[in-house]
Design a protein around this ligand. Structure first.
Ligand code: FUB
Length: 307
């Protein structure tokens, strides 16, 4: 019949065009996305909001493990499964559900996955640990102890062109330090980044482009977090404040958290919003939009695509 012919035609057309659509992970909540290009493929290391896993955390972040996803077109994502979970890390309090924003970088032929969590033994606050793999998809082997000298959350690592690496985190302000060659210990005294406008306290992400270092961060303005940035000539600053990458959303997700990556000649901003959980902003979903630079290296503000 004509109706069946039309249906068949529209199904055929749908299978030829895979629309890019936000949010990009649709079968689970995902937040705090770190995107990295390895072997010309886009890898996504987000945190994982788990609704209602414990009564105590039903109104707060509840996060027990990390999945890694990869894609060759930013539309179809393969979930490679859980790479690190709270029960498998010797130093983590396995009932704390505190596996917040992670990071993953490659140095040489190894992949280093950094993650914060509450330590065992009732110590207050967060530590940052490392897990190591020979593949971006895992399996990752967690190190038995967290990194000495880091008290805080939201690790980000920059592997510079000369092979030196730096780690940044949030803990009583945003901090950074050089990493040792084995990527598992600090190799300098932490620097506290100062001289930027008040209101930033988490989620630092640092990248380098055309010899300039971009120190980017969520920045609380009046209601929710914007994304903002500063620029400088060396990895540990000083950085000069430049402005916003993304405005605050008019409606209610208090957090935003992002990473910025170049792939096949295009820059992308990965970030999150509570698209699939409008009434509870601790259940978030990863989004992607393109990002562009002005001739002087400053970043053009990104407007979130709605769908
Ligand atoms: O996902 C838990 C926390 O919310 C992250 O560590 C922060 O950056 C914020 O996104």
């Amino acid at each position: 019949s004509l109706r069946n012919a039309i249906l068949l035609l529209s199904l055929t057309m749908a299978s030829f065009s895979v629309p890019a659509q936000n949010p990009v992970i649709r079968d689970q909540f995902s937040a705090d996305p770190t995107a990295r290009v390895f072997n010309d493929r886009m890898y996504l290391y987000p945190s994982h909001d788990i609704p209602g896993a414990t009564e105590k955390l039903k109104e707060w972040f509840c996060m027990a493990d990390y999945h890694v996803f990869s894609s060759d077109n930013l539309c179809d994502w393969t979930d490679h499964g859980v790479i690190v979970s709270q029960e498998r890390v010797p130093w983590v309090d396995a009932g704390s559900y505190t596996m917040w924003a992670p990071e993953c970088v490659r140095k040489g032929d190894r992949y280093y996955f950094y993650f914060p969590a509450a330590p065992k033994g009732g110590e207050r606050g967060f530590k940052v640990g490392v897990a190591v793999s020979g593949s971006p998809e895992g399996p990752f082997m967690p190190m038995p102890k967290p990194i000495d000298g880091i008290d805080g959350i939201d690790p980000c690592v920059l592997v510079d062109d000369d092979g030196a690496s730096y780690i940044y985190w949030a803990g009583m302000g945003l901090r950074g330090a050089r990493l040792a060659d084995d990527m598992m210990a600090l190799a300098s005294e932490p620097v506290l980044f100062e001289g930027l406008p008040e209101g930033f306290k988490e989620g630092p992400f640092v990248f380098k482009r055309d010899g300039k270092y971009y120190f980017t961060f969520p920045w609380v303005q009046d209601k929710t977090e914007t994304l903002a940035y500063a620029m400088g000539d060396s990895p540990l600053g000083p950085f000069e404040f430049k402005g916003l990458i993304m405005d605050q959303w008019p409606d209610g997700c208090w957090t935003n958290h992002h990473s910025i990556v170049e792939w096949r000649g295009q820059w992308y901003l990965f970030y999150h919003h509570n698209d699939y959980s409008p009434d509870f902003d601790k259940n978030r979903s990863v989004r992607i939009d393109t990002l562009a630079f002005n001739d002087d290296g400053t970043i053009r503000k990104v407007t979130p695509t709605l769908r």
